[in-house]
Design a protein around this ligand. Sequence first.
Ligand SMILES: [Zn+2]
Length: 110
Amino acid sequence: MSRCPLCGEVIKWEDLVEQMLVVDNFQELLKDKDSFLSVLNSFAFKCPKCGEEFYGNNLNQNEASKVFELLNEFNGSIDYENNKVRLKLTNLLALDLMLEEWDKRVKNSR
Ligand SMILES: [Zn+2]
């Protein structure tokens, strides 16, 4: 879960990625994880609740790298004409985490 470091509000990853769509050559960034993460880390996001800006390096890096994978995994995950992220990234991350936990539990019970 990603939160605003200033007010603690939960911010959806799809909203965060939508803010990043203004970056030139965003589509190119999706081809390379390292450049995606480095742009994300130095990007100034704006919290929809308190309106303050914060840098992406305050966000959960593990989630950020999963977001990169999810955006690549699904064709048409981003609607560039309307600057919209079609994927429910936050829900997918939660599901991903749940499956990981479940996997761990299954392995431990063997
Ligand atoms: Zn905030």
